[in-house]
Design a protein around this ligand. Structure first.
Ligand code: OVV
Length: 402
């Protein structure tokens, strides 16, 4: 205990509270101050370390032997606190368990499978964009961003139609719970039992279609790679990680385009830039702000000595704006070489669903680029406060046809 206190004293103090409205309204000056203060900061409020520079975030997310996920990837340390739900067997796990479960998940998202999904995803994207252009004025969140990832992705999984309105509340529970138990987490947990009940019930083999990605997970039970209850947990991972993230990626990119007319013009002229525009939005205004790790041993981060069993918050969205890594870090540029962004994380836990996320983003925003002439804000966007997701609750947009 004493050693830990001394080690902590070596790190600059983080005074800002990342889990407040004030911080979330404009996190970027805070990120800059965090990066400037040093490679690893200590938050006395949350009793955790914070890394905010690109190189340090990349290192913490890459060295899984030292920076473990098994004690949870939120602020809560599962070595000391009971998790609010049974831990994810892929996200909140280290090798060898993680290797086995991730292998099964990755098999459902190979290039061959993505190719088969493409036609359906593109058809739905056209319908969605046509509907928005018919409306002329629409809410970029309720009408647009929330629609598609709660439709095509669950369809691809083979999830029943009934009850899908539980997906977004569950996402809010999951992502807020990675932060402290503050007002945002408490609000998200208001209807926790009913939401959780629906999620778990619909992860069962009997509820899923025979031809979806969910059924592929259960095929790994039949081949002896997973137990039946592990398959349900991996379907739960799809539902936890695959909906709220893409919803807010869509909302954030729509906001980027509505507020950066020169970039919108470029995209309109070259709809084939949609894939890179989506990628750049994950750098510039990514939905997933941060994940935590837990140290497995004493370690040094840029001269700061960190003890074992300490929580470290890796601020991915700060890494994405670090001028040490990016030229014109605070400019949204859809033609930028954006490889190396932390929007999907990195390392063994880097987003396993990214092929599907990219397919969704490309399908929808290429359709927008082909069909729309103008796109602009029609009112003040409102922020959705979430401990980990950067999100809007409402985004009034006006768009006209080409
Ligand atoms: C990446 C991510 C976010 C949230 C939940 C999960 C994964 C999960 O595996 O449950």
């Amino acid at each position: 205990m004493k050693a830990a206190a001394e080690a902590r004293a070596g790190a600059p103090i983080l005074h800002a509270d990342p889990f407040t409205r004030e911080f979330m309204d404009d996190p970027y000056p805070h990120f800059e101050a965090m990066r400037e203060a040093g490679p690893a900061l200590w938050s006395p409020q949350y009793e955790c370390y914070v890394v905010a520079r690109h190189d340090d975030v990349q290192r913490v997310l890459s060295e899984w032997q030292t920076f473990s996920s098994a004690a949870g990837v939120g602020l809560a340390n599962f070595n000391k606190e009971k998790p609010w739900r049974p831990p994810s067997i892929v996200l909140e796990a280290d090798p060898p368990l993680h290797t086995r479960t991730r292998t099964v998940l990755a098999r459902t998202m190979t290039p061959g499978i993505v190719r088969k999904l493409r036609e359906q995803f593109e058809r739905e994207a056209e319908l969605l964009v046509d509907r928005m252009l018919d409306m002329g004025e629409f809410d970029g969140i309720a009408d647009f961003a929330e629609y598609y990832p709660t439709k095509v992705f669950p369809d691809a999984l083979g999830l029943p139609e009934k009850g899908r309105e539980n997906l977004l509340p569950y996402g809010a529970m999951v992502f807020n719970s990675f932060g402290p138990q503050n007002e945002f987490t408490q609000a998200a947990m208001a209807n926790a039992d009913a939401v959780r009940g629906w999620i778990m019930a619909n992860c069962a083999r009997a509820e899923l279609t025979k031809d979806g990605l969910g059924a592929m997970i259960y095929a790994a039970v039949d081949s002896g790679e997973l137990k039946e209850d592990e398959a349900a947990m991996l379907v739960r991972s799809f539902l936890s990680a695959g909906v709220d993230t893409t919803v807010n990626a869509f909302g954030n990119l729509l906001w980027c385009l509505a507020t950066h007319p020169a970039q919108w013009k470029k995209l309109r002229e070259k709809p084939e830039l949609a894939r890179n525009a989506f990628e750049e939005s994950l750098r510039y205004e990514g939905p997933a702000q941060a994940f935590f790790r837990t140290t497995t041993k004493d370690v040094e981060i840029g001269g700061v000595k960190v003890g074992a069993d300490e929580k470290i918050c890796a601020f991915m969205q700060s890494a994405n704006r670090d001028p040490r890594r990016w030229e014109r870090a605070d400019e949204f540029d859809i033609e930028r070489k954006v490889v190396g962004h932390m929007g999907f994380g990195t390392g063994i836990h880097g987003c396993v669903g990214q092929p599907i996320a990219r397919l969704e983003g490309e399908a929808v925003f290429a359709a927008f680029a082909r069909k729309a002439a103008t796109i602009e804000l029609a009112g003040e966007p409102k922020r959705q406060y979430n401990n980990v997701l950067r999100a809007f609750s409402s985004l009034p947009v006006r768009a006209t046809r080409q």
